[in-house]
Design a protein around this ligand. Sequence first.
Ligand code: F6P
Length: 323
Amino acid sequence: MAEIKTIGVLTSGGDAPGMNAAIRAVVRAGIHYGLKVMGIRKGYNGLINGDIFEMNLRSVSDILHRGGTILQTARSAEFATEAGLNKAVTITKIFGIDGIVVIGGDGSFRGARDLSNLGVPTVGIPGTIDNDIACSDYTIGFDTALNTVKDAIDKIRDTATSHERCSVIEVMGRHAGYIAIHAGIATGAEAIIIPEKEFDFHRDIIKPIIEGKHRGKKHDIVILAEGIGGAVEMAKKIQAETGIEARATILGHIQRGGSPTVMDRVIASQMGAKAVQLLKDGIGNRVIAMKDNKIVDFDIVEALNMTKTVDQDMVELAKILAM
Ligand code: F6P
């Protein structure tokens, strides 16, 4: 691989708290190693359109604690086409970009792989609140999103207890139940319904609610992962079956914003710096990951072929503790 002197950095897909910390680390580590760092705005769209600018140490001042991404982000339909991808490759040549750090989720990594295949070295950093990147135990934004969900559910619980109601709360996670299961354990949910595990309405939702009522419970929290959906209908069905008043809350995009937690800032900083170290050593086509609390990297194609699923022990634990 040719020597890498200039790197680009972009954020792609859904934003996640901590992406700014990762951008900051890429810029500052890059400059530390003597590289020129170019910011690419609005994900792959910015790459296709040449929306690119040189970053310096001050470009990333005062962003460590901010949610969102200063580079902005997009889900680019054009980049998924052959013409769009070729245009992106041409733009990297015009701007003299020798390698790119892509901060995002699986979809963004597929784009990074395609760029790599066309000779543009890339390194992916897992950034999504969903924690659904198979090669990594952790993705940037997950902890902050969980804390937001925890705060919201604690508040909902207060009012649910006052009214002796059941609250059905839908959380994000696309096709994955990581947010649901972790939030459910952290907030003491009676039932947690996730796409990874089949559920029976009567056995897994109605039975625990009725039994809890007999044990003197004054509220019920049912957490529904986005991949299952239908919180409003679920609340209606629970009310009809149990006679307990039920209300639905869909937490939505509140889960994606806010100042990143310490965990997200630190891991994002480590991953950002690691991505730059690889590129400056001439190593591309990798994905950064966290494994057993260590920052490691995988071949991008291998990473995309890996699978992971929620820990069944966590699912069981949630059930045991929901008494
Ligand atoms: O991947 C992050 C995520 O927030 C998912 O949990 C959710 O399904 C999706 O993005 C929502 O995407 P958008 O912001 O484009 O509506």
